[in-house]
Design a protein around this ligand. Structure first.
Ligand SMILES: [Zn+2]
Length: 107
């Protein structure tokens, strides 16, 4: 479950900021395509946006690059997964900028 306690009990802006970008929940799922056991997390801000469960979370990885799509339920457990090798990344500046931002997130 998402805990709001840590956020509401602090007055430190920097602490709140670190909590915002901290990934919540630690997950592991085997990718059926490459056989890799992938460890991943989901950012708090992304969890808070969810209105429907299970929700999909996409992990882009591997060589050649492919995706593992995992479905997370309201109890933050992996309910299912599938891989996709047919992917397309839009070649525009907005997408590239967002990819770099996501990729450079230390969490
Ligand atoms: Zn894979």
């Amino acid at each position: 479950m998402i805990s709001q306690t840590n956020l509401s009990n602090t007055t430190s802006r920097s602490f709140e900021r670190s909590q915002e970008i901290k990934k919540s929940g630690k997950f592991m799922q085997l990718c059926p395509q490459c056989g890799e056991m992938l460890k991943f997390g989901i950012e708090q801000q992304d969890l808070e946006k969810q209105t429907h469960f299970p929700f999909p979370h996409v992990i882009i990885h591997g060589n050649p690059v492919h995706c593992l799509v995992v479905y997370i339920d309201a109890g933050f457990k992996v309910r299912g997964s599938e891989s996709a090798s047919s992917i397309e990344i839009k070649r525009d500046q907005d997408t590239f900028g967002q990819l770099i931002k996501k990729w450079s997130n230390p969490f």
